[in-house]
Design a protein around this ligand. Sequence first.
Ligand SMILES: [Fe+2]
Length: 396
Amino acid sequence: MVAARPSGLRAAFRAVRSHTERLVAPLSAEDQVIQSMPDASPTKWHRAHTTWFFEQFLLEPHAPGYQRFDERFAFLFNSYYVAAGPRHARPRRGMVTRPDVAAVTAYRAHVDAAVDALLADEAALAPEVATIVEIGLNHEQQHQELLLTDILHAFSENPCLPAYDPDWRWRAAARAPGTLIIPEGIQTIGHQGGGFAYDNEGPAHRVLVGPVSLERGLVTNHDWLAFMRDGGYDTAALWLSDGFAAVQAEGWRAPGHWREHDGGWHVMTLGGLVPVDPAAPVCHVSYYEADAFARWAGRHLPSEFEWEVAARSGELADAFGVVWQWTRSAYAPYPAYRAADGALGEYNGKFMVNQMVLRGSSLATPPGHARTTYRNFFPPSARWQFTGVRLASFPA
Ligand SMILES: [Fe+2]
């Protein structure tokens, strides 16, 4: 894993960019081209798209005389920025064998050299340029996690079940019995003060929170196996209507990447197929599954505000670095939120419907990337990310 980011924009840029290449190192050229489902992107695309981001938003407007590496790449590697022009269809990213991996490596080197030159005299940078670099670095860190979740999905579709890293291991959930009680009160939610944050984390505002009791620990595979043995996936009364429809349509019988093998449950991991460890936190469950499990357990999922207040107290175990935790909060703008003008205003704001908020971070999140106000979001059916469950209840 990469160490905490160095201070100084140029050093940070070099550290983040080289970490992407370290993550890619175990992958062959063939590995880097595959797209195993419409929501997942090829490794090669992640490497090129994060590079295009710097070319499009930093170099083109702010590096005088910059020459684009290849004019066709804007169409190929723009993801969803309508203001930045037309783009290739997301579900068809796996069709693109040319440019090949070597060309994408050269593209990264071309852009790296230009950004390095631009950042040589950091004191002379306009504040808005430094802001774009920060967004670009955080954007690339988000894609570092996606790169791992997407290759895990691809490898899970491979009958040979390859290991991304044979030494990769799940770790047990922290032993953290008991609950944290948050009494009713008005709390400030959202990012304030210094340091980087995405626009969707603000503006900070006051919210009535609690009373609520949050489990200090995460739901484990042991817990989830009990839910399965109790017919959880067959009991319609536990599920939201859309959730049970997903169970039936997708044939869900267990969390994502789980499979029965030699009479026991196994799970496909970045280290290959391994027996399910009862002590490890459950992972690769959708919002629908998290919600049904909570109902089965006589609990509910915390709101994102409850989670933030609890995490701020430092009393939660495994709040960060294990699994993202679903909340019952729909992904919506904070009260005074306005998306910025221009293409970068498309980064978060236009996705604020039909998705649920996850809090914390996962073991695939680059260190230093997440924080207590961080708002991740996915559709309620998504389960190829490192997503798990923390339960809440009403205090007796
Ligand atoms: Fe992106």
